[in-house]
Design a protein around this ligand. Structure first.
Ligand SMILES: Cc1cc2nc3c(=O)[nH]c(=O)nc-3n(C[C@H](O)[C@H](O)[C@H](O)COP(=O)(O)OP(=O)(O)OC[C@H]3O[C@@H](n4cnc5c(N)ncnc54)[C@H](O)[C@@H]3O)c2cc1C
Length: 328
């Protein structure tokens, strides 16, 4: 099977790539995982994402999906609390989105399907198919899929990084995110961000009578807390995130912890940008540079926040990206 664009992974990054590729008139195939144990948690999206949702053609639907559109959040620390407003202009305050990640993915999948994306669910694990240093597609034990551009949107897995032996750089101590959903008779009008010396918690009312809590621990100690699932959200990025015939997008290319508040935004932007390589296959170094600059700028800015009270005791004194990963 041969297509213009072949995408592995159907999270936010892969689906955004698929939508843009179809809008450009490219034959697009998405390989989905054989089993799909998806996490059910809500994400908070910065108002700036609206322009990207418009580009994908789902802005109105996403606004309907949102369980609320907060104009900011409360920030609590040992010093007290303050309200962080996202921003405002002549038309009023900017509104973020509180939305189920799974429902947002379903919306993007429906849009990609409507535009004619082909979705396949290979029965076996897939691997890179490369020839003379260029990626030509992907293969499983039984099948091969060829493409002009292969996009790895497999999230934490990073299939192409693994198969092409590409090295991630790591930029944080080990960080673990947890999430939990529980009944709550006390709905909060705005999300609440609580900061502690070893991490933070973000509480939000997601539907009448329900509350979702996202937590992040700077050490791994909280990973096994009863009733909570934990995910490695340590910072990493891949300097060689594009090359002849391939690009990595979303968490597979560049990940900061959810405290950056921009994982979904990054996934969509990389998904959109990587598709340009289908028309300009020799320009992969520009994509690499763009992701590297982004990782270094946002990593430095977030590290500065974490090096302040109350996180400073657990956070390294100086920030740098390194190929030595601190183990859990
Ligand atoms: C607890 C938590 C809270 C978060 N909160 C926020 C937030 O509030 N705001 C925000 O912007 N971001 C948040 N994020 C980050 C955000 O969810 C991610 O950055 C974003 O969803 C990444 O999307 P992705 O498509 O790159 O990767 P993923 O969502 O990981 O998608 C990868 C997809 O690839 C599939 N896949 C893997 N291997 C294969 C294979 N072999 N074959 C086929 N498919 C495969 C997976 O099943 C998955 O569907 C949070 C993350 C966590 C963990």
């Amino acid at each position: 099977m041969k297509s213009d664009v072949l995408i592995v992974g159907d999270g936010i990054a892969g689906l955004s790539s698929a939508i843009i590729a179809k809008l450009k008139g490219l034959e697009t195939v998405v390989l989905q995982p054989s089993t799909k144990p998806r996490d059910a948690f809500h994400v908070v999206l910065h108002p700036g994402i609206e322009a990207l949702l418009k580009t994908l053609g789902v802005a109105q639907e996403a606004a309907c999906l949102a369980s609320s559109r907060p104009d900011g959040y409360w920030r609590y620390s040992a010093e007290g609390r303050d309200f962080v407003l996202y921003g405002q202009d002549a038309e009023g305050p900017w509104l973020g989105y509180l939305v189920s990640l799974r429902e947002l993915e379903n919306l993007l999948r429906a849009r990609a399907q409507f535009l004619g994306t082909i979705f396949l669910r290979p029965a076996d694990a897939v691997h890179a198919l490369s020839e003379h240093g260029a990626v030509k597609g992907l293969e499983s034990a039984r099948k091969r899929w060829f493409a002009g551009l292969t996009i790895d949107a497999s999230g934490a897995r990073g299939i192409l990084a693994r198969d092409l032996c590409l090295k991630y750089l790591y930029g944080s101590p080990p960080l673990v995110a947890t999430y939990a959903s529980q009944a709550s008779s006390n709905p909060a009008s705005h999300p609440i961000f609580r900061m502690d010396p070893d991490g933070w918690r973000f509480d939000m009312s997601t539907s009448p009578g329900h509350r979702c809590t996202i937590g992040m621990a700077i050490t791994s100690q909280k990973i096994c807390e009863k009733g909570k699932s934990g995910r490695d959200v340590s910072w990493r990025y891949l300097p060689e995130c594009a090359g002849p015939g391939y690009a990595l997008v979303g968490d597979a290319a560049f990940r900061l912890d959810p405290g950056s508040g921009a994982g979904v935004l990054r996934a969509i932007m990389m998904g959109i940008k990587a598709v340009e390589l289908a028309a300009q296959p020799d320009e992969w170094h520009l994509y690499r540079q763009w992701v590297s600059d982004w990782a270094r700028t946002d990593g430095a800015a977030l590290a500065e926040i974490y090096s302040e009270k109350p996180f400073n005791a657990a956070w390294p004194k100086s920030h740098r990206w390194s190929d030595a990963r601190l183990s859990f």
